[in-house]
Design a protein around this ligand. Structure first.
Ligand SMILES: Nc1ncnc2c1ncn2[C@@H]1O[C@H](COP(=O)(O)OP(=O)(O)OP(=O)(O)O)[C@@H](O)[C@H]1O
Ligand SMILES: [Mg+2]
Length: 532
């Protein structure tokens, strides 16, 4: 054993030897008698009392749920999760198979800490903090508590700096601030993970900490290789706990990600903490709560779930130097954005991005429903010009939504409302702006310039000239003789070349709206359709 590993182990030694005996096991939990240790304490179950017995699970340092620099310990790592009468309830971090009545249980720590270090960058760790990428052990620099106490609200800094994500729809209409917490909500398969991957690759952060909690095993490799890519991985720490692992490991993976983010933040880094998904984390905590005897509430979620979510989310925020900005995906069951977990997360975060299955079905990715999404700090991190442009574009989206049905059935008649007409005319450009291919990165300034031009298109024609000049000025891209919208990629799902004077076709040459107007007046089309 190396000196550093030995010192590491010594630091974790529990000075008073507390031990108990396994009295029963069932489901996910082991009951231990004569074991007076606190909830959260780390322990090891020694099979048959034999040190180093076959079937040793996990590699855990004496007082931690393992981590870089951890040393091999005998037995099965476990945590105390509660008490039932005179029994202590212990949940193993591995399978229960092989545990016998009478096995000895040793308390190895009363505090959960994680050895951390800058060597974690570019590495993939499991829920116990062990490297799982086959690139050797990691050197620890220090140890961070997995569950530090709550931070005083008065000691928190204010969020006043924008964080460019590189995604037009977010930076333009839902600008995020450094230290903000954002939820990404949708039903399954609408694009949460892909959007998270884009943010990980393009956001202006120093370090990314990515927790994949409860994901399907297949998705992990796909996320690492396709969504994150080598450049994203190089400045990321990835912590993975798949759905087939014990619930305690999944919850620990989330806490570990927060501890790693705090380590980098304390070194003045602007950290992006990405968690996929908070719902699967809540499900893991629900399992733990139920076996610990908590009463189930809405959809079976136990009270500790609603305690865990704010506890984890409150760990983000700006610091004197550095910050942690959090993006958390939330899987809305049956596309219901008001299920208990979605509700709980929305009430804690500083904004939410709702993805729409309807937009995804039309091929608009990322399928961000701007009208259903909000960034609560946008006003603190954007200029007045940016805010006014975003408001104008949002208004156009809202106006278009009012007449969407009419347009679809060909009953919309232009001329009645200049504002609606302008919204209809601008819609192809707005959709082109909101769509973005996975491999496209847009700097914040470019997004702001494009948004300004878009806003001027959304103004009713009679006030467009004056309003555009007043609020947007001359865009840097226009100065170069190129419209920002003309610089949108060629592979946009929606055309970005539609002449603003042409009447709006929502999806030129696409899908179910392909039959609609194209370069003709909507009224003329509607009229001709009604005629026999
Ligand atoms: N930006 C995009 N461009 C093109 N296709 C996309 C984009 N985003 C998502 N998709 C498509 O949607 C599919 C599902 O995306 P993703 O895995 O991100 O969904 P999810 O919401 O994370 O699903 P789950 O809830 O099951 O985890 C992708 O496999 C891809 O085909
Ligand atoms: Mg996903």
């Amino acid at each position: 054993m190396s000196d550093s590993a030995y010192n590491e182990m010594l630091r974790g030694v529990q000075p008073i030897g507390l031990s108990g005996r396994v009295s029963g096991a069932g489901g996910l939990v082991v009951t231990v008698s004569d074991f007076p240790v606190p909830v959260g304490a780390g322990c090891r179950i020694l099979r048959g009392g034999v040190v180093g017995a076959a079937g040793v699970v996990g590699v855990e340092s004496a007082d931690s749920a393992a981590g870089p620099g951890a040393t091999a310990q005998p037995g099965i790592a476990a945590r105390v999760i509660g008490f039932a009468e005179d029994q202590t309830l212990v949940m193993p971090l591995g399978p229960l198979a092989g545990i016998c009545r009478g096995d000895r249980v040793l308390c190895v720590s009363t505090e959960q800490v994680l050895p951390v270090g800058t060597a974690m960058l570019g590495r993939v760790l499991n829920g116990l903090g062990e490297p799982m990428d086959g690139r050797g052990p990691l050197a620890a620099e220090t140890r961070m508590p997995l569950w530090p106490g709550a931070v005083s609200p008065l000691s928190r800094g204010r969020i006043d700096q924008p964080l460019a994500t590189g995604v037009r729809a977010i930076d333009g209409l839902l600008t995020v601030g450094r230290g903000q917490r954002m939820g990404i909500f949708s039903g399954s398969g609408v694009g949460k993970s892909v959007l998270l991957g884009m943010i990980a690759r393009y956001a202006a952060s120093d370090v990314n900490v990515i927790a994949l909690v409860g994901e399907r095993g297949r998705e992990v490799r796909e996320f690492l290789e396709k969504d994150l890519g080598p450049e994203g991985l190089a400045r990321s720490v990835v912590i993975v706990s798949t759905s087939d692992e014990p619930p305690l490991v999944r919850v620990q993976a989330a806490a570990l990600a927060c501890a790693a983010a705090e380590f980098f933040r304390d070194r003045g880094k602007h950290v992006l903490l990405l968690m996929d998904s908070l719902t699967r984390l809540a499900m893991a905590q629900r399992q733990i709560g139920l076996v610990a005897g908590e009463p189930p509430a809405g959809k079976g979620y136990t009270p500790s779930v609603f305690n865990l979510l704010p506890e984890l989310l409150e760990r983000c925020g700006p610091a004197a130097d550095g910050s942690i900005t959090g993006f958390y995906t939330v899987l809305a069951e049956s596309d219901d954005l008001n299920d208990p977990i979605s509700d709980a997360v929305r009430s804690v975060t500083d904004g939410h991005i709702a993805l729409s299955r309807e937009l995804a079905n039309r091929g608009q990715y990322p399928a961000i429903d701007a009208l259903e999404s909000v960034s609560r700090v946008m006003l603190d991190v954007t200029s007045g010009v940016h805010q006014s442009s975003a408001r104008q574009v949002r208004r156009a989206l809202a106006l278009y939504a009012e007449i969407d049905e009419l347009i679809r059935i060909g009953a919309y008649q232009s001329g009645a409302s200049a504002e609606h007409d302008a919204a209809v005319a601008a819609m192809p450009r707005i959709r082109a702006f909101l769509s973005q291919s996975m491999n496209e990165h847009w700097p914040l300034e470019r997004t702001e310039a494009a948004l300004g031009e878009l806003a001027s298109l959304c103004r009713p024609r009679r006030s467009r000239g004056a309003g555009a000049a007043r609020s947007t000025g001359v865009s840097p891209v226009s100065r170069m003789g190129v419209s920002p919208m003309q610089t949108l990629s060629e592979d946009q799902t929606f055309t970005s070349r539609t002449n603003a004077n042409e009447t709006a076709t929502p999806y030129v040459g696409h899908g179910r709206d392909a039959h609609a107007t194209h370069g003709r007046d909507a009224r003329a089309t509607a009229t001709s359709r009604r005629e026999p």
